[in-house]
Design a binder for this molecule. Structure first.
Ligand code: MLT
Length: 274
């Protein structure tokens, strides 16, 4: 059963929104959205997904020898994380919610709506990709899993600027530092488990035409990880969707352009969800 006790934020009252963070990050990436939307009449719930942030109980291994660790960290599946979210909703007695994910959080959102369609009132998909991993991606994820287990999180921290728009890197030192700190404080075992989970995720493309809830897709114009074309692919297949592309934003668009992001989300919620 899910071990999400005490590792989620639950702020505000009103229509519930569940925020699912990206990789290798944690629930603190939604700070600005939680502050803004809770002040605008929404209940904002943001868990740390399994193995990440402070939610490290489920993926810990007993034997700390590096050779043992390389082999023994099992995948944290996207569907496992989706079931954790359903468990959290049960615990909070929430039947239905808006589900908002970013990148890895979108894989979890896709599995969530597939497993629990009646529990989603709307979707917000940020930096999303629906297509499944090919062999090259699977290999690269396994190599990265092994590297973080052997060397820690430096690898992820080194590549942070690839996740951000030029404007963020040049003008927003506070955002860059927050992103760096999140990656640095990620448990390598949890990171390896999530990489292995993402490597075995389903291809969600065929699910898209079955999604009929109001859906807001948000892309960063400068996102080099999940390009605006990935968002376009999803937009053409979910009939009830709307696409927003944010300028001067990369993969972590909600942190990089918090004001524009928050406004887009509030407009969408006000018009489509009650
Ligand atoms: C994320 O931001 O969650 C990652 O880029 C997801 C991924 O590696 O596919």
């Amino acid at each position: 059963m899910a071990q999400l006790d005490n590792v989620f934020d639950d702020v505000g009252t009103g229509l519930p929104i569940i925020f699912l963070h990206g990789f290798p990050f944690n629930r603190s990436m939604w700070r600005e959205q939680i502050a803004f939307l809770s002040a605008n009449g929404y209940r904002c719930i943001a868990p740390d997904l399994r193995g990440l942030g402070e939610n490290v109980a489920q993926t810990s291994v007993c034997d700390d020898r590096p050779d043992h660790r390389l082999k023994s960290v099992p995948p944290a599946g996207m569907d496992d994380m989706a079931r954790d979210v359903a468990g959290l909703m049960d615990k909070l007695q929430i039947e239905r919610a808006v589900v908002c994910g970013l990148s890895m959080g979108c894989y979890v959102a896709f599995d969530f709506i597939h497993l629990f369609p009646a529990r989603v009132s709307a979707l917000v998909l940020c930096g999303a990709r629906a297509q499944g991993p090919d062999d090259a991606e699977k290999k690269s994820r396994e190599a990265q899993a092994q590297r973080v287990l052997a060397e820690g999180m430096d690898l992820a921290v080194e590549s942070i600027s690839n996740l951000l728009a030029a404007n963020t890197v040049n003008e927003k030192a506070g955002v860059v530092e927050n992103v760096r700190q999140m990656a640095l404080h990620t448990d390598p075992i949890g990171a390896a488990a999530a990489q292995r989970g993402m490597a075995i995720r389903r291809d969600y493309s065929a699910d898209l035409e079955n999604i009929s809830v109001p859906t807001l897709i948000i892309a960063g114009r400068e996102d080099g990880v999940r390009k605006p074309e990935d968002a376009g692919f999803i937009h053409t297949r979910i009939k009830s969707s709307r696409l927003e592309v944010l300028a001067d934003a990369g993969h972590l668009m909600n942190m990089e352009q918090a004001e524009a992001f928050n406004q887009a989300m509030l407009d969408f919620l006000t018009r489509n969800v009650s």
